[in-house]
Write a protein that binds this ligand. Structure first.
Ligand SMILES: Nc1ncnc2c1ncn2[C@@H]1O[C@H](COP(=O)(O)OP(=O)(O)OP(=O)(O)O)[C@@H](O)[C@H]1O
Ligand SMILES: [Mg+2]
Length: 506
């Protein structure tokens, strides 16, 4: 099925999110949409999926003009979409989720679950998905949940599949699996619109690339372009793709954890007697395959996980029993891996989200008196500094594009004096230009004497920023190694084999 968008324009108040966009997607083609944060990619896809009504422009399916009043019309025309933030209901099974897709108006008890179960099995077998139709959504890892979204679309006969930043939340291995699935779908004739900020992925699968900047199509790029060419096309300037930093000026040990253990409600040991120390002026990066305790480590430092044992100190003070709020006041900064649940309050304004936990202390308040003017001044300063694309700072943060929401959180955490910064996936969802900027800011923070703990599943990010790398496996630290450690050694450490064991095996 061929799809064509002509002159699509979509405004939000004074903001032109899509400005006369033309796009042609051919059958059996993977068409990548590349563009900086807030360029208008998700908006365009929401128009195509019938979620937004365009102010102007036309959509053609197989050269016939169509108009979508809602996603139901788009689905009926053969369009499927996997959103930037998934829309699955956690307490449903896979089969129920897929069945809901066919008959959204029927009560769940009357859905044809048997047919849905069969469909899930068929599609799983066809594409090698390995999904149990009776599994509960909430029990599935993110990568599998995404496959359920894809199955949902395919079960409704999608001929055009929209994938909006599908890899942002995936591990590198899950990403490779998704890429393989995309190739299979393409070879079977499906057209795919693929949005990502990762140039490696674009080059791996895209048949053609359209670049969007500030709501307009800038042009086409060839998948054979170099990373720097693609990066420059996206953000309109040259971007440094590697991190520049001087040797660290190490100070005192600022943060220390000894023998820290965390056990979850089901009795699973998430952190197993972890010892770590970070010095002022140092970036300690935590590498590892997602799900090996990194999340719990960060949450434990912040005070969001009760400790089953062990002790933590920040600047000599015992954190172990300290409340979250008091830890933040003791100059602990936190960029959470999941911005929507731990980093922001969706219905609060952008300006309010730029202070969040500081709302009742100077300079934003004295005693019970809030100072809205100071809150606004702070917000406009940060907005400019971090290039957050907003219409009004009073709008709810939920109206921002994904990457711009992330920038608000990073700006907030990097704009106050910090002794320790815990940054978990700090550049998730950011465009290459913003990644460059946030990396510089993290290094700058280090150079001002902050101790930094960086958690990232991107090995390039870990190696680029780290002064030391601690590798985690199954809740334990396998070892702490220098950043110039060969990648294959790091890779084996991530599978639980320490550097010493690797040496002994030689
Ligand atoms: N519902 C809305 N109300 C107001 N403004 C909106 C709304 N949805 C999007 N916008 C604005 O439209 C612009 C384009 O946003 P969009 O989400 O399409 O960007 P994007 O290219 O997907 O960016 P990202 O890479 O960060 O996901 C942004 O400036 C955003 O703030
Ligand atoms: Mg988007």
């Amino acid at each position: 099925m061929k799809l064509e968008l002509r002159g699509i324009t979509k405004t939000f108040g004074p903001l032109v999110a899509n400005d006369h966009i033309d796009l042609v997607v051919e059958p059996g083609q993977i068409h990548a949409l590349l563009g900086e944060n807030g360029a208008g990619k998700s908006t365009l896809m929401n128009v195509l999926y019938g979620l937004y009504q365009p102010d102007a422009g036309e959509i053609f399916v197989d050269d016939e003009k169509v108009s979508f009043k809602g996603p139901g019309d788009a689905v009926a025309a053969g369009i499927g979409m996997v959103h930037q933030h998934f829309m699955l209901v956690p307490v449903f099974t896979v089969a129920e989720s897929v069945a809901l897709g066919y008959e959204p108006t029927k009560a769940l008890g009357r859905l044809d679950l048997q047919a849905a179960r069969k469909k899930v099995q068929e599609l799983s077998a066809q594409f090698g998905f390995d999904i149990d139709p009776d599994a509960l959504i909430e029990d599935l890892p993110v990568g599998a949940q995404q496959r359920v979204e894809i199955i949902k679309a395919l079960s409704r006969d999608a001929k055009v599949l929209i994938l909006d930043e599908p890899t942002a939340v995936l591990t590198p291995q899950e990403t490779d699996e998704l890429i393989a699935i995309m190739r299979q779908l393409r070879d079977a004739g499906t057209a795919i619109v693929f949005i990502t900020h990762k140039l490696r992925e674009v080059k791996a699968v895209a048949d053609c690339i359209t670049v969007i900047r500030r709501g307009k199509v800038i042009g086409q790029a060839s998948p054979e372009s170099t990373d720097s060419e693609l990066a420059a096309a996206m953000v309109g300037r040259a971007v440094k793709l590697s991190v520049e930093k001087d040797a660290p000026q190490l100070g005192e040990t600022v943060f220390q954890m000894s023998q820290v253990s965390v056990v979850n409600y089901a009795g699973h040991v998430d952190l197993d007697h972890v010892d770590l120390a970070v010095r002022s002026g140092e970036i300690l990066a935590i590498a590892g395959v997602q799900g090996n305790g990194q999340t719990e480590l960060c949450r434990a430092i912040l005070g969001l996980e009760p400790l089953a044992g062990g002790k933590m100190t920040l600047d000599g003070k015992d954190l172990t029993k300290m409340k979250v709020k008091d830890r933040l006041r003791h100059q602990l900064g936190y960029i959470p891996e999941d911005r929507s649940t731990d980093g922001m309050i969706a219905s609060f304004s952008i300006a309010e989200n730029m202070i969040l936990d500081l709302y009742d202390i100077p300079p934003f308040a004295t005693g019970v008196n809030m100072h809205p003017k100071v809150v606004m001044e702070n917000a406009s300063k940060l907005q400019e500094e971090f290039d957050v694309r907003v219409t009004s700072l009073q709008d709810p943060i939920s109206t921002l594009s994904g990457g711009n929401q992330q920038k608000v959180i990073v700006a907030r955490e990097l704009s106050r004096p910090l002794k320790l910064l815990v940054a978990s996936q700090p550049t998730r969802g950011l465009d290459v230009g913003s990644i460059e900027f946030v990396h510089q800011r993290i290094v700058q923070q280090r150079d001002m004497g902050t101790a930094v703990i960086l958690v990232s599943t991107e090995l390039d990010e870990v190696v680029g920023l780290a002064d030391r790398i601690a590798v985690m496996y199954r809740g334990k630290i396998v070892g702490v190694v220098p950043p110039d450690t060969p990648r294959n050694v790091l890779g084996l450490m991530m599978a639980g084999v320490s550097a010493e064991e690797q040496e002994a095996d030689k």
